[in-house]
Design a binder for this molecule. Structure first.
Ligand SMILES: NC(=O)C1=CN([C@@H]2O[C@H](COP(=O)(O)OP(=O)(O)OC[C@H]3O[C@@H](n4cnc5c(N)ncnc54)[C@H](OP(=O)(O)O)[C@@H]3O)[C@@H](O)[C@H]2O)C=CC1
Ligand SMILES: C=C(O[C@H]1[C@H](O)[C@@H](CO)O[C@H](OP(=O)(O)OP(=O)(O)OC[C@H]2O[C@@H](n3ccc(=O)[nH]c3=O)[C@H](O)[C@@H]2O)[C@@H]1NC(C)=O)C(=O)O
Length: 259
């Protein structure tokens, strides 16, 4: 895992070894127009350090995850994706081999990659165009403000809950069409603000699932499933989860499900 920005761990926990890379894996090196970042480096730190060096990876600034999650999920914001800058990724395979993968191996798509089973990303290289540091920092401030204005950044969420049926992230430009955006079809199905236990579809941005305090993973996931059902009934669109859900339901629920 990265920093858990895109994860729901079910209430019964996970019977598995979880690998969370620590400080030894968060280095950021700059060589000409190439930025090499460790899998544990925070996206925002990489963006800031690149900008200090006059390199444009500004799109990473508003993404609250780490480089491992960004490469694995082809993270993106305001029209730019990890794939647009990606050069190579170094991974450790299940057999302990270190391999270098290129874009042809990962086959980046909207919020997904053809990730080799069990491979753990160690570090990745990105190509960045040059810019004036002050201008790059100013652009990042603008994007942070925009994000605070349109998304519930102060609440406990895992970012966008579902992929946009349009097949891409919003660009932030005025001519962006919202017809096939997840928030719009959720809104049309009357689910903005819907609650289950401590879980709520954010009144501010209806594609964000909020833990209002004491939500269980089951509250969150079952509200998400209810939204998928209502959207399908209302518009025939099958929303796909963007949030990754791992682990087992709480024991009592697991027993009921077995019967
Ligand atoms: N664009 C935006 O504004 C936002 C985007 N996001 C998305 O969520 C991601 C969250 O990132 P983060 O918190 O780092 O990730 P998470 O900790 O949420 O992990 C998500 C998945 O990424 C995989 N992963 C993470 N690190 C590694 C690694 N080193 N090697 C192999 N696989 C890895 C794991 O897949 P597996 O379980 O298969 O091993 C994990 O389940 C972002 O990168 C982005 O895609 C989230 C919020 C906002
Ligand atoms: C947060 C994530 O990524 C986000 C990414 O930050 C933004 C910006 O590029 O574009 C996608 O969201 P999105 O399509 O909902 O775009 P947003 O920028 O949040 O919203 C677009 C516009 O719609 C309007 N809007 C949005 C939600 C809402 O309830 N009401 C509303 O009016 C706002 O005006 C906003 O300006 C990504 N989500 C997906 C699933 O593609 C994530 O992946 O976790």
């Amino acid at each position: 895992m990265g920093v858990g920005s895109n994860l729901i761990v079910r209430d019964g926990g996970l019977r598995a070894v979880v690998i969370r890379l620590g400080r030894g894996f968060n280095g950021i090196e700059i060589d000409g127009n190439t930025v090499i970042a460790g899998a544990a480096a925070l996206d925002a730190h990489v963006a800031k350090k690149a900008a200090d060096a006059g390199l444009d990876l500004t799109f990473l600034r508003t993404i609250p995850g780490s480089i491992g999650g960004a490469v694995r999920m082809n993270a993106g914001c305001y029209g730019t994706y990890t794939a647009d800058h990606f050069i190579w990724a170094e991974v450790v395979t299940r057999t302990g081999e270190i391999m270098r993968l290129g874009p042809e191996d990962l086959q980046f798509q909207y919020r997904q990659t053809a990730w080799p089973e069990g491979a753990v990303l160690i570090r990745a290289a990105f190509e960045a165009s040059e810019g004036v540091p002050e201008e790059l920092h100013a652009r990042m401030q603008e994007q942070l403000a925009k994000r605070d204005e349109t998304q519930p950044t102060k609440d406990r969420t895992a970012g966008s809950t579902f992929r946009n049926p349009a097949g891409f992230s919003s660009t932030g430009r005025a001519d962006d069409s919202h017809d096939l955006k997840a928030w719009k079809v959720i809104d049309d199905a009357g689910m903005r603000g819907a609650m289950r236990g401590g879980a709520q579809m954010s009144p501010k941005h209806s594609n964000f699932l909020v833990n209002t305090g004491e939500a269980s993973a089951d509250d969150l996931e079952s509200l998400g499933e209810e939204v998928r059902k209502r959207v399908f009934q209302n518009s025939g669109i099958e929303l796909e989860w963007e949030i990754m859900r791992v682990g087992e339901p709480a024991p009592a629920k697991a027993k009921l499900a077995d019967k």
